[in-house]
Design a binder for this molecule. Structure first.
Ligand SMILES: [Zn+2]
Length: 367
């Protein structure tokens, strides 16, 4: 006898439902069962051997376990009471949060935003393939494309080699340097800011998207740079998330992906180039080529943005450029210098700051 249960899911789980359905999380066809979860946490691969580094799981309230055990299908309902997907129940399991969090994030410090979020979840998980019934509204419609749509655009543009660029910050000179480097070696760059949940104090997705609109319209070659948002929450899992980000960009049709300094890192939890080391462990079976680039900075002697590979001057001449540094500057009310960020971008961000739209927190936590 078929038994169907209903499960209310939060907006974040709905976002992942949409990513599974759109193919952004290929080869996942649903939320992970215990075997895939275990394999990803312990071995950085799915049971079928495909590289995968971040668990994608659906939690269920502990007091409803029995209801799910007797069922074989769950209808997932969003906060607006809409049926968004059907999940064909394969597995119900409990995860060992304490042990696994340390493996996933490299720390179990509750001050780490990804750890804090994971600890707050129920340890009971529901695994199984899904059929999506209803996709969420696109926050930046013009820039919210599915993998099929980005691939179609690449084909229309005649791009054969495409570099994917992940970011959660407005564009500064160091990222500009990396993107221009990518444009020199490939047909085009897909700049794909992450617009899902970010911790309070990170730049709002609106700020990030606006900065890139200006950059592409006023400075880049429009035929070589394309802007497209990626809706998925930040995990701040550093090296593991770098691989996860690369796999997603492969699914969007990119042939190359940039992993720079402290990719998806937060605080001092990860070494600056730990993500590069993890990329090396995958023996080129990610299906996308990783461009391991070093974090550029401004050198006063060179009078230019450079990297450790291209400048030998003493670090006393260096102006470090980072998202963290930018956040501090704007918070303290200072304008970043022209070596740090273009004036046109700073002007726009100052307007957003005045309107309290520059940082995540409160109602701007998602966009
Ligand atoms: Zn120099």
């Amino acid at each position: 006898m078929r038994r169907i249960v209903h499960l209310k899911i939060n907006d974040e789980a709905w976002v992942e439902v949409c990513n599974i359905g759109s193919g952004a999380f290929y080869p996942l066809k649903g939320f992970m069962d215990s075997a895939d979860y275990r394999s990803v946490v312990d071995s950085l691969r799915l049971v079928n051997g495909s590289p995968w580094t971040i668990p994608v799981t659906l939690d269920i309230p502990a007091d409803r376990m029995n209801t799910f055990i007797k069922a074989n299908k769950a209808i997932l309902i969003n906060n607006l009471e809409e049926k968004v997907a059907e999940l064909f129940i394969k597995d119900i399991y409990k995860v060992n949060l304490k042990r696994d969090i340390k493996k996933i994030f490299g720390t179990d410090d509750k001050a780490h935003p990804g750890v804090a979020k994971e600890i707050s979840r129920s340890p009971y998980r529901l695994g199984g393939d899904i059929d999506v019934l209803h996709y969420e509204r696109r926050v930046f419609p013009e820039y919210s494309l599915s993998p099929a749509e980005t691939k179609q655009r690449f084909s229309q543009k005649g791009w054969k080699t495409i570099v994917g660029f992940q970011t959660r910050n407005p564009i500064h000179r160091a990222h500009e340097y990396l993107q221009r480097t990518a444009m020199e070696i490939a047909d085009g760059v897909l700049i794909q800011p992450l617009i899902g949940w970010k911790k309070d104090g990170d730049f709002s997705s609106l700020a990030v998207m606006r900065s890139y609109e200006i950059m592409i319209k006023q400075f880049y070659h429009e035929k070589r740079a394309m802007l497209c948002a990626l809706k998925t929450p930040m995990r701040y899992a550093g090296p593991r998330e770098a691989i996860f980000h690369a796999i997603i960009r492969r699914n969007f049709g990119c042939t190359h992906f940039i992993v720079g300094r402290d990719h998806a890192g937060v605080g001092k939890y990860y070494g600056e180039y730990d993500a590069h080391l993890l990329c090396d462990r995958f023996n080129n079976d990610l299906g996308i080529e990783i461009l391991k680039l070093y974090g550029p900075y401004y050198c006063k002697k060179c009078g230019h943005v450079v990297s450790e590979k291209t400048c030998s001057h003493d670090k006393k001449y260096a102006i470090t450029i980072s998202g963290t540094g930018l956040r501090s500057l704007f918070l303290s009310g200072k304008r970043p210098s022209k070596e740090y960020m273009r004036k046109e971008i700073v002007d726009e961000l100052m307007v957003l700051k005045k309107n309290k739209q520059l940082f995540c927190g409160g109602k701007h936590n998602e966009i």
